[in-house]
Design a protein around this ligand. Structure first.
Ligand code: PDD
Length: 296
């Protein structure tokens, strides 16, 4: 069994050591995966794109017909408190906690009720949040890019909800792990959707192209950020359906997520992507990303 750390997490209004936090076995998050989550990156103590993460949390909750149990200020206060406690805990354990980057994980489930698939009315949502260390890509991954594999997108058709029903993503990710790859790039009916826990982009003739923002992909917070960086740097930006053929012949392929930031895919199914090296558009986007995190 993994030993859980004892720094504080937030559960239903109180701060509790993570190793002691408990919920009911009848929580609908446990029984049905009936909940949503967010993962917010924190650079040197500064929450990055927090408002955007909160807006997506609201959208996910609205899809599940759950009212947000807390206001923006309360969420910010909780996130800040958790990060500060985690940093103190890390320092006390000999790590340079104050300069480290963190992730704030937030989860809200519908709450506790006797088992019945239909959405019960008038139950109190379960609210959980914790801070963890953020492990960013290694120097080698940055300079050489990463290997990915492809798979059919067998997940459900509500991928736009950041739901804790993640078995499809777990299977997808494990396909990559079993193949020694960092991510699994998925296609639905021959069109690119996304990876198990990241968005996927291609570069064609200098244009950054992503799939449409529809129900088949999670609109990563980095969707908006890529658009902003492209605008600032004069890189043409497009969202449209992307065929498997286009992906296989891309000039560059990229992943984005809170933890990968923007990362070059240099091998796909064992074949090099273009010349097998991170490309110039990647370099520009990563520079823009780093600048944005420093300015946050
Ligand atoms: N994953 N698509 C999926 C399916 C994801 O799970 C994620 C994020 C993304 C990228 O979203 P963002 O840019 O907001 O991180 C796209 C998070 C990091 C996770 O599940 O841990």
């Amino acid at each position: 069994m993994h030993t859980l750390p004892d720094y504080p997490c937030y559960l239903n209004g109180a701060y509790t050591p993570l190793c002691d936090a408990k919920i009911s076995v009848m929580d609908r998050g446990f029984i049905f995966g009936d909940g949503i989550y967010e993962v917010v990156p924190v650079y040197a103590g500064r929450l990055f794109r927090f408002e955007e993460h909160m807006a997506r949390l609201d959208h996910s909750l609205a899809e599940l017909r759950i009212a947000n149990p807390l206001g923006r200020d309360q969420w910010r206060e909780i996130a800040t408190t958790l990060v500060a406690s985690h940093a103190r805990h890390s320092s006390a354990n000999g790590q340079n906690g104050l300069n480290r980057n963190h992730l704030v994980y937030i989860q809200i489930t519908r709450g506790v009720a006797l088992r019945d698939h239909a959405m019960p009315q008038d139950i109190t949502p379960t609210v959980f949040a914790m801070a963890t260390q953020m492990n960013l890509p290694s120097a080698t991954q940055r300079s050489q890019g990463v290997a990915c594999v492809t798979a059919d997108d067998f997940r459900w058709e509500k991928a736009h909800i950041k739901s804790t029903s993640l078995l499809g993503a777990v299977f997808a990710r494990q396909i990559g792990v079993d193949a020694g790859a960092v991510e699994t790039v998925m296609f639905r009916n021959g069109y690119l959707s996304e990876a198990a826990s990241s968005n996927v982009w291609l570069v064609q003739d200098g244009t950054l192209i992503g799939p449409p923002k529809d129900n088949l992909v999670l609109e990563g917070i980095r969707f908006g950020l890529m658009e902003d960086i492209c605008r600032a740097q004069g890189i043409p930006f497009q969202l449209r359906r992307i065929t498997r053929e286009e992906v296989l012949h891309a000039d560059e392929l990229l992943l984005t997520s809170a933890t990968k930031e923007v990362l070059a895919i240099t091998t796909l199914d064992g074949q090099p992507v273009a010349n097998g090296q991170p490309g110039p558009v990647y370099a520009q986007l990563y520079a823009g990303y780093t600048a944005a995190t420093l300015a946050a």
